[in-house]
Design a protein around this ligand. Structure first.
Ligand code: PCA
Length: 162
């Protein structure tokens, strides 16, 4: 596949997935370009929990705990990558790092491969988050609706109820 300069692969597991509340960030042409490459799963286990009164999905920087996480792989241009950093308030709130992502099995050849992608994760979090239910796949639900008002709150306020 032709690799274009300035494009990065990003693995999204939360509100940026198709059908989830922030997916429009990836499809808005004003933000830049994003190309869906396929579904994937983290090669490493991570705790994925929904926390705070805003019901935000958090992938916690505790590799080896939790489960392999399902998500979607996108190739994004520089402009889109910058927008995603803005949405995740990188580096003040979410950090990001490159991780190996196992791609979905190719039906005809029964093979899958693992590729490096950026993902957003939380490094400084209240330990209490680790006692929440750990998910392998995030979906926004009416029982625990995502509340984007957290975008207007301070990091201290976000953690205040955990
Ligand atoms: N958005 C990013 C990180 C957490 C979130 O809600 C994502 O979907 O991967």
């Amino acid at each position: 596949m032709l690799r274009m300069a300035g494009w990065r692969r990003v693995f999204v597991y939360g509100t940026l997935k198709k059908g989830e509340p922030n997916h429009h960030w990836l499809t808005s042409e004003e933000n830049g370009q994003a190309r869906f490459l396929g579904k994937g799963t983290t090669a490493v286990k991570f705790p994925l929990v929904v926390g705070t009164r805003y019901n935000i999905p958090f992938l916690l920087a505790r590799p080896g705990e939790g489960t392999h996480i399902d998500g979607e792989i996108y190739e994004v241009d520089d402009s889109m990558f910058g927008k995603l950093d803005q949405l995740e308030d990188y580096p003040d709130y979410y950090d990001r790092e490159e991780q190996q992502i196992q791609t979905e099995q190719n039906e005809s050849s029964c093979t899958s491969r693992s590729i490096q992608c950026w993902l957003y994760l939380i490094r400084n979090f209240p330990e209490k988050l680790l006692s929440k239910k750990m998910l392998s796949s995030y979906h926004n639900t009416p029982e625990q609706p995502y509340n984007e008002n957290y975008l207007e709150s301070t990091p201290e306020d976000i953690w205040s109820d955990e």
